[in-house]
Design a protein around this ligand. Structure first.
Ligand code: FES
Length: 576
């Protein structure tokens, strides 16, 4: 608890509803159109419920029911719940990539909260970018918030095998391309992995970011691990509704929760769960909103001292449902208590150390104890070198260990269309030792930095039994993907980074142990190539994409818009 307590008169929403101005009469009176009278809202905090439900977001199908359960909790605690739909970012169907729209949802969340009479908010998200987007926007809006995670879907099954979303799709699709499976089998596998509401149930971006949100202290204890269809998920929704009302009275704001320590905690957990590489971009962006500086070097420092404990696909064997039964995130955090700052505050009003104090570890195969880690250091590694002066990342736990130190000749694709046109060409001069390079797939060049970083293995190599190669791009990769994929190369090719100057046959050296990624080309030769270089494509001159391209930062700075980083407080709206 912060010890603060505000009075009814200090509620932000009273600026809309109190007094005898024409506007105040209008604000009170027009709520009758929705069948609300003063009994509904007088003396009560107004709680906005930002709901990212949509028929086109495959992971948020349960959000209509959960919103009602949150409302029930708000009413029980003496608040006035109002549902506020926000643009959803459905990872499966939204094109070209949800990442293009993460900042749009963040802007919408911030302005929705600022412009309406709400005193606190519940953020309903989970499918990949919805979590960072809602948190980024709500942190900038500076009102009490709780994040209510969508929760993972149930395990997948097909033909007696347990399947993970994304991860097993890639695996079976590679076998289909190699000619080892029929298309109908791929269809059956997909059906077997989409059994319920909820996010992907591997440790993809969604599960990673929900875990990160809990570790940051932004959810109630244990919220991030509960499978979406479990009745306990609805119980958590109601508890979240009750708690946000209390938070308003306590005036417990994001700035009380989000500190340098809480971000270090989040990075530590990200490393221990073998989290998605996308988490790095989102954590940098969220920290930027909270005014916390998070250089990529901090991730590497923490990665080197954090053991990998969560045995979840794509890096491990099990799925998020197993993780929940094994004790969930609280049990994992308890294993790390000497590496975490237990005094960091949470939205529950207690230090995060108190949230894991009574957590029990039920399955030491799924969540490894510290005495038996899956690996000595974290899942994601930050690389720098002549090919990535501002950094790049690789998920070492999802890569072939034999490729973590590798030199090979580049096979370059100028953009995604070039990749699709030539990757399966029988005459492509590629061997298993080649390094596949994809250019112009970054934040500006794609645009939106799509998840194209798991470049497909050329068909002729698949048929020869090759299942992994070194692949390098300025793109991202789905958190459910795997392989020796170097991602987020900064600066990206489109803005003149060295990646855009790589040519076929250049030698590229990857050395994960040394954290190095080098292009073995002389400085003179690079200067000549740079003098002749021009951007590959024109960015549209109007619309959201043109604003995005003008203001998005590079991956090492979180891909937020430069004008949305923490800065001077924005005044409350005038009410006339
Ligand atoms: Fe929604 Fe994976 S598609 S979390």
């Amino acid at each position: 608890m912060t010890g603060k307590r505000i009075s009814f008169d200090q509620l932000r929403s009273r600026r809309w509803f109190d007094g005898a101005s024409m506007r105040a009469f209008s604000h009170r009176g027009r709520l009758r159109q929705l069948a609300f009278s003063s009994e509904d809202f007088d003396g009560k905090p107004v709680i906005g419920i930002l709901n990212t439900w949509s028929d086109l977001n495959t992971c948020h199908g349960h959000f209509l029911e959960r919103a009602e359960q949150i409302k029930r909790g708000v009413l029980q605690a003496g608040g006035f719940p109002v549902e506020m739909p926000a643009i959803t970012l459905g990872e499966i169907l939204m094109k070209p990539t949800t990442m293009l729209y993460r900042n749009l949802l963040a802007m919408e969340a911030e302005e929705l909260i600022r412009s309406y009479p709400v005193d606190g908010v519940v953020l309903m998200g989970g499918c990949d970018k919805t979590t960072p987007a809602l948190v980024m926007g709500a942190v900038s809006a500076c009102l009490p918030l709780i994040f209510m995670p969508a929760g993972p879907m149930l395990r997948g099954f097909w033909n007696g095998e347990t399947l993970g979303s994304g991860t097993d799709h890639w695996k079976y699709y590679a076998e289909y391309r190699a000619g080892n499976l029929e298309a109908s089998v791929v269809d059956e596998v997909l059906a077997g992995t989409a059994r319920s509401s909820g996010t992907c149930m591997t440790m993809g971006t969604a599960a990673t970011m929900m875990s990160v949100a809990e570790t940051l202290g932004l959810t109630l204890p244990g919220a991030s691990s509960i499978p979406a269809p479990d009745a306990n998920h609805g119980v958590m929704a109601a508890a979240t509704g009750r708690r946000i009302v209390e938070m308003v009275w306590e005036d417990l704001k994001p700035a009380d929760v989000l500190t340098a320590s809480s971000f270090d905690n989040a990075i530590t957990v990200d490393m221990a769960i073998g989290g998605s590489t996308n988490a790095i971009i989102h954590l940098v962006a969220m920290a930027g909103r909270a005014g916390v500086d998070l250089p990529l070097a901090r991730f590497d420092e923490i990665s080197r001292k954090t053991p990998w404990l969560a045995n979840i696909r794509p890096s491990g064997e099990y799925l998020m449902e197993d993780f929940y039964y094994a004790g969930g995130l609280r049990a994992l955090m308890r294993q790390l208590d000497d590496l975490l700052d237990g005094s960091a505050m949470t939205v529950a009003g207690i230090p995060i150390g108190d949230t894991w104090a009574d957590a029990r570890l039920h399955n030491e195969e799924v969540i490894r104890p510290r005495s038996n880690p899956l690996g000595p250091d974290g899942g994601t590694v930050v690389l720098t070198g002549t090919l990535a002066p501002d950094g790049a990342v690789i998920k070492q736990t999802a890569a072939d260990p034999l490729l973590l130190k590798h030199s090979g000749p580049a096979v370059v694709f100028a953009d995604r269309a070039d990749l699709d046109a030539r990757i399966d060409d029988p005459d492509l001069p590629v061997t298993a030792d080649s390094v596949l390079v994809l250019q112009n797939a970054g934040p500006v060049g794609a645009p939106g930095m799509p998840e194209w970083g798991q470049l497909p293995i050329p068909k002729k190599l698949l048929e020869a039994g090759v299942r992994d190669m070194v692949r390098i791009s300025d793109a991202r990769m789905s958190g459910t993907s795997y392989g020796t994929c170097v991602l987020h190369v900064a600066p990206e090719a489109h803005v003149g980074g060295p990646l855009g100057l790589v040519q076929d046959g250049d030698t590229i050296t990857l050395d994960v142990a040394e954290r190095k990624l080098d292009l073995e080309v002389s400085l003179d030769e690079m200067a000549m190539r740079r003098a002749e270089w021009t951007p590959r494509k024109q960015i549209p001159g109007r619309g959201y994409v043109s604003m995005y391209a003008a203001h998005v930062t590079q991956a090492n700075r979180g891909c937020d818009f430069d004008f949305l980083h923490a800065g001077p407080e924005i005044p409350e709206p005038e009410i006339f």
